[in-house]
Design a protein around this ligand. Sequence first.
Ligand SMILES: Cc1ncc(COP(=O)(O)O)c(C=O)c1O
Length: 393
Amino acid sequence: MRNDPLSFLGDEITALKTQGLYRHLRVLNDEQAARTRVDGRDVVNLSSNNYLGLTTHPRLKEKALAALEQFGVGTGSVRTIAGTMEIHMELERRLADFKKTEAAVVFQSGFAANAGTVAAILTKEDYVISDELNHASIIDGARLSRASIKVFPHRDADAARTIVRELPTAGRKLLITDGVFSMDGDLGALPALCDLAEEHNLIMMVDDAHASGVFGKNGRGTIDHFGLHGRVDIQVGTLSKAIGALGGYVAGNRNLIEFLQHRGRPFLFSTSHPPSVAATCLAALDVLLDEPQLIDTLWSNTAFFKDGLRGLGFNTGTSESPITPVIVGDAAKAMRLSDRLFEEGVFAQGIGFPTVARDKARVRTIVAATHTQADLQFALDTFAKVGRELGLI
Ligand SMILES: Cc1ncc(COP(=O)(O)O)c(C=O)c1O
């Protein structure tokens, strides 16, 4: 019998357990909703990115079922061979209209959209200038591209300018930020970064995964929120969060989109969405246009819950969005807070290294439009009880 060549992984797992970072997967016993059942317990769910409750919206389910009946369960191919149906093309046209760009292309996930795009447009002669808290998919795309990665301190456009000034003139330069940062809920320094991109002729890219469906008119995202249409070359969005289904997309000019259809590796080498997913996303876009009151409710719920947490004395950082972190610092303490909340009927995940810095462990909360005032008050009361018990407030 040979020795297990993967035995080092056991050591890694033991290390995670020692550091209090080992997590069991929480399992939903019911649908993804504001109140649901997880690991056999009824909970108020503050852990999902289902901002508008669209995962269970009747209009989306109806369209998904109709597409499933009409076109079947899968596409059987990547987009560039036989996996492009009319419904995929329709979704891309609608996304381009929604984002006010010439064209759009859909990837299998937001992760694939970011990583596939950055890797496709840069080479090892080029540069990525990236906010230090940008999403992992941006970092992985930058690594795949083999471009030089220059990281600027969070939201610090002046520091980014200093970096840019020191770069050689040769080589393409991509300036990139998240629109909303997923762990802190704050906004990227978009207006100042757009100025910088224009000063130095940089490619400007924004990952609006958490902003689409949340910020801007009808949820068009942070570019719309800041009035920056025409100043961002590459807009990424996801169909997996507020849109309620699965997928990611890139919106921009026609050259960009046609290039990605030829060189975006996830587009070329991974099977396209089942038609029911595309139909779901089309219905979600209809809902964003027809039911903007959902977004209004999301924001009033956000204000109520955020004020409540702050009022209790928790450290909620600098959030400006429905994502509100409760920062406790120590990872084991954050996991303990999350576990105790769960026992009391509130599902809010603990998040530690490497997702956030080692000394910034937290419980992350995300409010949805579908939470009732009673749900949110219950969650606040539970935070108060457990926070006092653990000496956090
Ligand atoms: C900022 C950000 N970008 C991109 C993604 C990836 O999106 P998706 O889950 O659709 O792959 C996420 C989510 O996980 C995210 O938080």
